[in-house]
Unconditional design. Structure first.
Length: 319
């Protein structure tokens, strides 16, 4: 399972209780009005995953002073779908439709060979337009947004193990909304600027066996940031659990030396919220928390209670 699915797994309530006990969610956010409303005709998850991929391309196009680009789930997904097409295509009880992007003509793919041909044609076209955008040979076109949405769909197939019937189709309403959110994001200089160091889609080498994927959106300088396209401006409990899990997983790989803040960029509000890791605990305490986290991940029935007092609470008592 992916980290996100593990954290939401109904059988891991003990893990969620542990997060609540040790990491109180008592943040106060600035009041920010939503700038781009969600269109009810669009898929919220699809806009979010597509935006992640587009910002990955935009950061490369910016050519910041230092950058590290890691493989992303969408690229892994397309490789997996192509290699394991029997699972993704032949086991389906429906035909996948293919779209001629010049005419919007739709037809069904009657065979595995045609599916693989279409997959290659679409991916080759996508990579060509991605490269042109990254190298400043081409501005953001509708086709760039269309292919970013296609890559997001591929990532969804990879995560869920299901190939949707409209895999090759992209709605114009999704393109329109994605364009609006993207245009807003790239104007935010706090999030995106050439003077910062970026690591995009940092990965982990030492994951617990039960977690088959954990991929933060990006690290900017010393801040690990997740991009959210939610309409409600609120630090949801599962957002905080996700951010803290990334940091704890990074303790296995010395990423604590690189990260001292965690953050969420609320794309529809154009608002970057960050907080210091040290508001909770110092590094020695986090090392003990890491050990408990791995125990809970590996044993869903384990219950670990705690009377720890986070730094913000101790400091408030001193005032």
């Amino acid at each position: 399972m992916s980290l996100t699915r593990v954290l939401k797994d109904k059988n891991r309530q003990n893990l969620r209780n542990w997060f609540k006990d040790n990491f109180h969610n008592n943040f106060s956010l600035e009041e920010k009005s939503i700038k781009i409303e969600s269109n009810k005709k669009t898929s919220a998850w699809l806009i979010g995953m597509s935006l992640d991929f587009l910002l990955r391309l935009h950061i490369q196009r910016m050519k910041p002073k230092k950058i590290k680009i890691n493989p992303c789930s969408a690229e892994k997904a397309l490789n997996t779908i192509a290699a394991d097409h029997f699972s993704y295509y032949l086991s389906r009880d429906f035909n996948v439709r293919v779209v001629d992007y010049n005419t919007d003509y739709k037809s069904e793919l009657p065979s595995m060979d045609k599916f693989l041909d279409q997959l290659k044609i679409t991916r080759d076209a996508a990579e060509e337009t991605f490269n042109k955008f990254v190298n400043n040979e081409e501005n953001a076109t509708d086709f760039l947004f269309r292919m970013s949405i296609f890559y997001a769909k591929a990532e969804s197939v990879y995560r869920r193990g299901k190939l949707m019937e409209d895999f090759f189709e992209v709605k114009n309403s999704d393109i329109a909304e994605l364009k609006s959110v993207f245009a807003l994001c790239i104007q935010n200089k706090e999030l995106l600027n050439q003077d910062s160091y970026y690591e995009v889609n940092p990965g982990f080498n030492n994951l617990p066996v039960v977690i088959n994927g954990a991929e933060p959106d990006l690290i900017k300088d010393s801040t690990l940031i997740e991009i959210k396209t939610v309409s409600k401006l609120k630090i949801e409990r599962h957002f905080l659990n996700q951010l803290l899990s990334y940091y704890i997983l990074g303790l296995n790989e010395n990423k604590q030396l690189e990260i001292n803040k965690l953050g969420i960029y609320f794309a529809r509000h154009d608002y970057l919220f960050t907080f210091d890791i040290s508001r909770y605990y110092n590094l020695p305490e986090f090392i003990m928390l890491k050990n408990e986290f791995f125990q809970l991940i590996n044993n869903p029935d384990l219950n670990i209670t705690s009377n720890r007092k986070p730094n913000w609470l101790l400091n408030s008592r001193l005032v």
